[in-house]
Design a protein around this ligand. Structure first.
Ligand code: ATP
Ligand code: MG
Length: 761
């Protein structure tokens, strides 16, 4: 290993000899990264090589040794939980100094900037934040207003495409300019209307948080200057998953030096008078798993082009996993093309072999996992908290949950139908959001008749029409309900009462803690009484969820006694899946169940990768598409590299998907792992036949309805169908439970009928 030289204040010293307590426990490359100063720094390295650890130590070092003040540091992490951990570690390293430092996700950082500057963009500082479900509802409203046939122009697809535009920083005007087909023009118009409705509602969607912050920095030089002066250090973890908008945001925040050609022609203006901040990004192109959200590996591959004076440091030693696990991971990822080869190694020895298991069906698979966890506990002292079970899609958690409940294994599902997505929780939050921002029309319409107070769909539609005609906000239209022609007196009275209630609550909202306000809402609207008097057993659970939300609010009040309602809502809006990962509590802990996407950045002594089947993982939709298949392979790489000591790979010979059986072959990713690394606990060649005949269970194999009660369509070539995401298509061919469908400009896709959100026309 060559010892590179560092330049510290003009004195060049061999980095390996650097000593400082903060550099203890770091290898020479890691040390270099911690002490590097000046030019932008890129740390590219494989999984488990200490990238996140380097960031943490670098922050501590900046504070302890380089006269950096905490408020001069902005560190971006992938989740709020990761942010919290990083802050705690920094405090542990150098004492409690992290409070005024910004360590947070892109979204949280943007919200904080926007709260201060929102008025410049024409938003109230208490603007609402719409999550995906809210923005889909709003888009559906817009499409209805435009009289678009939802079969031809699915609102969800429009939502997704608008999100893509925003990730690329394309505003609706540009989208309209670029539109060449009728479909594209319609989309651009919907985008414009949608954006208008958001502005009227004083709301931003998730993608706006980033895009509008970029806009803010670009059109108000004084704002950009303020933040550039403030942050002298910008650090970004999981850099491979930043999308174009986030990338631009970083560039705007860091500032750029003036750039001229050799002839002295100006290529790019510098950021007036302020030296660019020091930028340090860490990532692994092999772990980029968010291409579908607009993340581009380009950001990492071309970092050096964008920052010509950047320094790159490679880390090659993995401290997380055994050599067996690493060899498997390296073997799988090496099948991807266009990647820089990496040489990741571990000095932890070979360790245990990977265990492979082919279950008869998914119940057998779950049982296998439960029994193995028990066995590991008995024989190796493994606690449930050291175990994670990963799967490709959220729905897969159900069978594991059922089995774990039956066998008494404590567990927690991360993600899935999340707490904040439950109807009653959303209802109460909608009330609070309206109290914080009465212009928030999506929330307002959500609660208009919840609980039922005699304001029916017809009355709502008339109010909507009235608001449009009078060009007033929806809430204003409600106030003037009696002026709207044709409204039934009963509806007008109901609306008046509702508005009076809101006014009353809004008046209190300013100086009432959110938890008290929430309780008041539940009582005064009759929401609580309705649930309490209900015969439906599920309503008891709903009450518990509402109480849980109230305790979330109380916790918030304890943590930030000065906190406002707006701040509380903001915290709630920005909760991500990964934030629910159980804390290690020193006890036995619980098994963690989560999707592979959520597992990024985490590590567990024991990992089960389940449903390793072609069609499940890799996902059916990726199989004909080389690019998507590569992304799935990166996901496999992420999954495998989460394991420290033991890795299990399992699949089911037969799996029922929405009730219908599917016989999936083994995942190609398993075949890519050298066979000598795997110890099979069952016949690896076990196929669908033997299992199906051994275990056929008519109740599970009967052609059935899909979730949501939709019938699986029976199709023949030539049939016209509509797909929730891809829109209108024509069936090209049918093969058993799959069909190939041509979606015109969307291309041809092979879909599993039992899964696909597809309707025959
Ligand atoms: P990922 O790509 O999965 O995000 P990473 O590169 O961020 O991984 P870390 O999570 O920082 O890696 O480190 C992986 C594990 O190795 C952690 O438990 C960390 O504490 C440990 N580790 C990192 N560097 C060293 C080191 N020099 N000595 C001992 N342990 C280390
Ligand atoms: Mg990491």
């Amino acid at each position: 290993m060559s010892v590179s030289r560092l330049n510290l204040g003009g004195v060049s010293i061999p980095s390996a000899s650097l000593t400082h307590p903060l550099l203890d426990g770091l290898n020479p490359q890691q040390r270099e990264a911690v002490v590097h100063h000046g030019s932008p720094l890129l740390i590219v390295a494989g999984a488990g090589s200490g990238k996140t650890r380097v960031l943490t130590h670098r922050i501590a070092y900046l504070l302890a040794e380089r006269d950096t003040r905490p408020q001069e540091i902005l560190a971006i992490t992938f989740t709020n939980k990761a942010a919290k951990e990083m802050r705690e570690r920094v405090d542990r390293l150098i004492g409690p100094r992290s409070a005024s430092m910004w360590v947070m996700t892109f979204h949280s950082a943007c919200v904080r900037i926007l709260r201060r500057e929102a008025s410049r963009l024409g938003f109230p500082s208490g603007f609402s934040i719409y999550d995906q479900a809210d923005s889909q509802r709003l888009m559906a409203m817009v499409c209805r207003e435009m009289d678009l046939d939802p079969k031809r122009y699915p609102p969800r697809s429009f939502s997704a495409q608008v999100s893509n535009f925003k990730n690329e920083l394309i505003d609706y005007e540009t989208a309209a300019d670029r539109a060449s087909t009728h479909m594209e023009r319609t989309l651009a118009e919907a985008y414009r209307n949608y954006q208008q409705r958001l502005t009227e509602a004083g709301a931003m969607d998730f993608d706006d948080l980033i895009m509008l912050t970029v806009t803010l920095l670009q059109i108000f030089p004084d704002v950009a200057e303020h933040y550039r002066r403030r942050w002298r250090h910008v650090l970004v973890d999981e850099y491979q998953d930043t999308n174009h908008a986030q990338y631009t945001l970083i560039r705007e925040l860091v500032g750029t030096p003036e750039l001229r050609t050799a002839d002295g022609d100006l290529v790019r203006e510098g950021s007036a008078g302020i030296a660019p901040a020091e930028l340090c990004v860490v990532g692994d192109a092999d772990q980029s798993i968010y291409a579908f959200r607009g993340a581009t590996i380009r950001n990492i591959l071309e970092f050096e082009r964008d920052y010509p004076n950047a320094r790159t440091i490679l880390l090659e030693q993995n401290y997380r996993s055994t050599q067996t696990i690493l060899t498997a991971a390296n073997a799988v990822i090496s099948r991807n093309e266009n990647r820089k080869p990496k040489n990741l190694w571990s000095d932890q020895g070979a360790g245990s072999k990977i265990v492979g298991y082919v279950a008869d069906d998914e119940h057998d698979e779950a049982m296998f996992v439960a029994q193995e966890v028990d066995r590991l506990a008995d024989e190796e002292g493994v606690t449930p908290g050291q175990v994670a079970v990963f799967y490709r899609t959220n729905a897969a958690s159900r069978v594991f949950e059922e089995t774990f409940i039956r066998t008494g294994l404590p567990y927690k599902v991360v993600g899935g139908v999340r707490f904040y997505e439950r109807k009653e929780v959303r209802d109460l939050l909608a009330y609070l959001r309206v109290l914080a921002n009465p212009g928030d029309v999506v929330s307002l319409r959500r609660i208009l008749n919840v609980p039922k107070r005699g304001i029916g769909d017809r009355a709502e539609a008339m109010m909507e029409a009235f608001a449009a005609r009078e060009r007033v906000p929806f809430v204003e239209a409600l106030r003037r309900a009696d002026e709207a022609p044709g409204m039934a007196t009963r509806s007008v009275n109901a609306i008046k009462e509702f508005v009076a209630l809101l006014d009353d609550l809004v008046a209190k909202a300013g100086d009432t803690p959110p938890s008290i306000l929430a309780q008041e809402v539940l009582v005064r609207t009759g929401y609580r009484a309705e649930l309490e008097n209900s015969e439906d057993p599920q309503d008891e659970g709903r009450l518990e969820n509402l109480d849980e939300l109230i305790s979330v609010a109380s916790e918030f009040e304890e943590a930030s006694p000065e906190g406002t309602l707006v701040e509380f809502l903001e915290q709630v809006s920005l909760v991500a899946d990964a934030d629910q990962i159980p804390e290690a509590d020193g006890g036995q802990g619980v098994v963690t169940l989560m999707t592979l996407h959520t597992a990024k950045g985490l590590e567990f002594p024991v990992v089960f990768l389940t449903a390793m089947e072609d069609g499940v993982f890799p996902h059916m939709r990726s199989m004909g598409e080389p690019k998507e298949l590569e992304e799935e392979r990166r996901l496999a790489y992420v999954g495998i590299t989460r394991a420290e000591r033991r890795l299990y790979l399992s699949r089911a010979a037969v799996r029922s998907s929405w009730g219908a059986p599917s016989f999936n072959p083994a995942s190609r990713f398993v075949a890519e792992i050298p066979s000598e690394l795997v110890d099979w606990r069952s016949d690896p060649r076990k196929n669908a036949w033997t299992a199906a005949t051994a275990r056929r269970d008519p109740s599970r194999t009967a052609p059935a309805k899909r979730a949501g009660g939709r019938q699986i369509p029976s199709l023949k070539p030539g049939d016209r169908v509509t797909h929730d995401q891809y829109g209108l298509g024509t069936v090209v061919s049918v093969d058993g439970d799959k069909a190939k469908i041509d979606f015109g400009s969307g291309g041809a896709k092979t879909l599993v009928l039992a899964y696909a959100p597809l309707e025959k026309l």
